[in-house]
Write a protein that binds this ligand. Structure first.
Ligand code: COA
Length: 329
């Protein structure tokens, strides 16, 4: 099969209606708006209600992307959801989303690589299109992290939010996908994980009481690695694409902590106006953060044809990656 090009033809995002501000968190946690703002850049986050799940958020973002692209679900050949908070262990959330959108019987699958989910997903979806397997792919990053948060743990409860972002990729003459740089290191899963519920430590009453099924993170160590890997991966993807930092129109990083993003931008020598940050509104939404930020930026009319976007992420796994993307008409 000969290689073809790929471009993004539609974007959409959705966040649940319930907003939890830093001041709201002060009501039950030993924390302050001032601490959260200065240490993370977060002011608010959106949390799902009891009767909302990840497929609800994913479907809403996907519908917005379809409207933006002027397409129907039936026009899409394959559906991918990047998430670590699926509706169920199985079936895959993507199956539920595709059927809900009206594309029953179309192929659909999830990928679980935490905060790097959109970067890995963009690489997989672009590969499916560029190799000629599919003409259009819907890629959605969606999370309901509030459902696996220990709401009594101030070191994690403040950080994570819920939301979804979707992109529709389509075969094209031009090729937006310039290069990718992906990596993973499973030697220290304990830096960021929810361990007490899988086949290694199946969920029992003791695990439940000890809250082992909820997010556990070693924040300080993760912070340092995040900055190093995001800088490294951005440099690597640029060099693979034969481009320089000066060519970047927008860096769209995973939104884990504003200080991580600021440090990354500083090392890369990027001015503030080239770095997309929406963490104040949403907190860390893992696989959803990059497509949500992309959708907001595109819909605000800021992205022009020919712009070089670098997407970059770091997260649980550990995992990381970057994609260099030339925005097409
Ligand atoms: C979690 C994080 C915000 C903590 O910020 P930090 O500056 O590293 O803070 P520390 O963990 O060193 O904690 C400093 C102090 O603040 C306290 N603290 C932690 N959370 C707090 C909160 N919500 N409110 C008030 N104090 C808090 C700690 O208990 C600690 O107190 P101590 O010194 O008395 O022990 C930061 O480490 C971080 O963002 N880490 C990476 C997150 C990330 O990248 N996630 C993965 C990628 S998806």
């Amino acid at each position: 099969m000969s290689l073809r090009g790929v471009k993004i033809v539609g974007v959409g995002h959705y966040a649940p209606a319930r907003v939890v501000t830093n001041h709201d968190l002060e009501a039950w946690l030993d924390t302050t708006d001032e601490w959260i703002t200065t240490r993370t850049g977060m002011k608010r986050r959106h949390w799902t209600s009891d009767n909302e799940a990840t497929s609800d958020l994913a479907s809403a973002a996907a519908e917005a992307a379809l409207v933006h692209a002027g397409l129907q679900a039936a026009d899409v050949d394959c559906f991918i959801v990047a998430t670590v908070t699926p509706d169920y262990y199985f079936p895959a959330t993507a199956c539920l989303v595709a059927t809900r959108l009206g594309a029953r019987e179309k192929p659909a699958f999830d990928i679980a690589i935490a905060c790097s989910g959109f970067i890995y997903g963009l690489t997989i979806a672009s590969g499916l299109i560029r190799s000629g397997v599919y003409r259009r792919v819907m890629l959605i990053g969606a999370e309901s992290l509030s459902k696996i948060l220990d709401k009594e743990d101030r070191s994690t409860a403040i950080l994570f939010g819920d939301g979804a972002g979707a992109v529709i990729l389509e075969r094209s003459e031009e090729d937006s996908f310039l290069a990718c740089d992906l990596g993973a290191d499973g030697s220290r899963p304990e830096l960021l994980y929810a361990h007490g519920s899988g086949s290694r430590e199946p969920l029992d009453h003791a695990a439940l009481d000890a809250k082992l099924h909820l997010i556990h993170m070693q924040g300080r160590e993760t912070f340092k690695l995040a900055v190093n890997k995001m800088v490294e991966s951005t440099g690597s993807v640029l060099s693979k694409a034969n481009l320089n930092k000066a060519d970047i129109a927008f860096l769209i990083p995973h939104q884990a902590n504003k200080r991580i993003i600021d440090a990354t931008a500083r090392y890369l020598g990027l001015p503030e106006d080239k770095v997309v940050i929406n963490i104040a509104e949403y907190g860390n939404t893992s696989a959803a953060s990059i497509p949500m930020a992309l959708s907001e930026t595109v819909r605000a009319g800021r992205v022009k044809p020919g712009d070089l976007i670098v997407f970059v992420a770091f997260g649980g796994g550990l995992s990381w990656g970057a994609v260099a993307w030339r925005w097409a008409q």
